[in-house]
Write a protein that binds this ligand. Structure first.
Ligand code: PRP
Ligand code: URA
Length: 212
């Protein structure tokens, strides 16, 4: 699995404000969207394109356009929803599927409570959005869903990742048989005893949408 840490001062700057516990929800939402747009630039480096003939006012030339089928973007609810706008801003013609997942705060295992994806993902490039890769359980389950439906190229985009989550993803998807990559804004130090990323940013869903 290819892991790409988007090492850019603007990303580090925005992540710092996102992490700060004094940052309120409206600002947190705006920063999550902006960070996603910056990460999208890296995440879509290998997006599939095809040649496209055009004429400029001066001369004919060959450019490129996104290939069909268009990529599928899958935010993992709730917190992944906070990244969706930032991604579709860059890929407006992409389609969007949804997965709802919730981590049991005691066992740290993810349960899937919603699933609205095309049945057949053959030949599709898929971008899975979730701000936090902690134990990696939610992301592994999400990627398995996509593989079962035939996705043949998967990019996970996470604002923050824990080393434990990356190791879990690598071990669980070693035999995926299709390219899987992770693009993240930072690899943090570790998980704490409650399964939270350290230093992290706390509970991403609660900071975006409030405590439930
Ligand atoms: C958070 C986060 C990830 C998951 C990461 O979601 O958005 O989906 O935890 O943890 P993991 O890597 O250990 O699986 P949460 O379950 O809190 O749900 P929410 O998005 O609805 O708040
Ligand atoms: N989920 C979160 O929202 N934050 C963490 O630190 C870990 C899992």
């Amino acid at each position: 699995m290819r892991v790409h840490v988007a090492d850019h001062p603007l990303i580090a700057h925005k992540l710092t404000y996102l992490r700060d516990k004094r940052t309120d929800s409206p600002t947190f939402r705006r920063l999550a969207e902006e960070l996603m747009t910056l990460l999208a630039y890296e995440a879509t480096r290998d997006v599939r394109v095809e040649p496209f003939e055009i004429e400029t006012p001066v001369a004919p030339t060959t450019g490129i356009k996104l290939s069909n089928p268009k990529p599928l973007i899958v935010p993992i609810l709730r917190a992944g929803l906070g990244m969706l706008e930032g991604m579709v801003r860059l890929l407006p013609s992409a389609e969007v599927g949804f997965l709802g997942m919730q981590r049991n705060e005691e066992t740290l295992e993810a349960i899937t409570y919603a699933n609205r994806l095309p049945d057949d993902l053959s030949g599709r490039q898929v971008y899975v959005l979730d701000p936090m890769l902690a134990t990696g359980g939610s992301m592994v389950d999400a990627i398995r869903f996509l593989l079962e439906r035939g996705a043949d190229d998967i990019t996970a985009v996470c604002l923050l990742a824990a080393p434990e989550g990356i190791a879990h993803l690598e071990a669980s998807l070693a035999d995926a048989g299709v390219p899987v990559q992770l693009v993240t804004g930072s690899i943090d130090e570790r998980l704490n005893e409650l399964g939270y990323i350290v230093p992290g940013l706390g509970d991403a869903g609660d900071r975006l949408y409030g405590v439930v």
